[in-house]
Design a protein around this ligand. Structure first.
Ligand code: SF4
Length: 269
């Protein structure tokens, strides 16, 4: 039986996305937050995205996994890591609610633990759960090809240059677009999301929008959640419109949207 490292498992609502195909925005999910983030660990020569809101998930092998005791209670018990895929399935069953839409595989980076991820997906599909994948890990294209037909919904995080996720930004974006293509070809309902700050540049966003347009996948402008201890701030209203209007040069209007991190505003998990 395969085992791996999970940071947290809890029930909540998907807080990111927009009214575009592939998004599960506002739908009830159980979140499996996989441990370890290769971008934060330096695979692209940087120390992770400057606006990252989940530094706890960077650790590849945390000793403990936090598990919500009962769906919606927001209180947790600790479980020793690593956990088996069977244990993960049992927790998912325990946290299942009548309004559950899908299981969100997020992180950190779910693709960072390939064999464990495959096993978890296998068990979830055997039990008829729908799967939503959130990823930005471009080094695992072969794995993605293998699992893509089991992923119902997906969000590929296309890093804006200002995120500082890679020293070779244009190459990273092209690889992220390849991930979108793989998922789309497998029949996954997929959208791309790009986190935008007040210092994001229109010319960089245009590169992303053009590539999304070439494969005709929705593009969501995700407004960064400002961090109190940094200078990172949200784009202005005018900037937001400029970005969505740039996207409209390459995509129809029903494939463009904006998103804020809803769970931060209403103070839920
Ligand atoms: S890829 Fe995600 S978890 Fe990793 S540093 Fe960027 S935002 Fe944080």
């Amino acid at each position: 039986m395969l085992e791996g490292y999970i940071q947290e498992i809890f029930s909540s609502f998907q807080g990111e996305g927009a009214a575009v195909e592939g998004s599960c925005y506002g739908l009830r999910q159980i979140f499996l937050r996989f441990a370890g983030c290769p971008i934060a660990l330096g695979i692209h020569g940087t120390n992770g995205c400057i606006w990252c809101d989940s530094p706890l998930a960077w650790s590849a092998k945390p000793k403990k996994c936090l598990v919500e005791i009962q769906a919606g209670k927001q209180s947790f018990e600790e479980k020793n890591n690593p956990v088996t895929s069977k244990e993960v399935l049992d927790i998912v069953k325990k946290l299942e609610t009548k309004d559950l839409h899908s299981i969100s595989l997020t992180g950190g980076e779910p693709l960072y633990q390939p064999k464990f991820l495959e096993d978890v997906i296998e068990r979830l599909k055997e039990n008829k759960y729908q799967i939503f994948l959130e990823t930005a890990y471009t080094d695992k294209l072969e794995l993605l090809k293998k699992i893509a037909n089991k992923i119902d919904f997906a969000c590929v995080d296309i890093k804006d240059r200002s995120a500082n996720a890679s020293i070779q930004w244009e190459m990273l974006v092209k690889e992220e677009i390849q991930m979108c293509e793989i998922l789309k070809e497998a029949g996954t309902k997929i959208f791309a999301k790009s986190v935008i700050t007040s210092s994001s540049k229109k010319e960089n966003f245009e590169i992303i929008a053009k590539l999304c347009g070439e494969i005709n996948i929705p593009l969501v402008v995700q407004l960064v959640t400002p961090k109190m201890d940094t200078k990172i701030s949200q784009p202005s209203w005018r900037q937001i419109q400029e970005f969505t209007e740039i996207a409209a040069k390459y995509l129809p209007s029903d494939k463009i949207g904006i998103s804020v991190q809803m769970h931060k505003f209403i103070n839920i998990l």
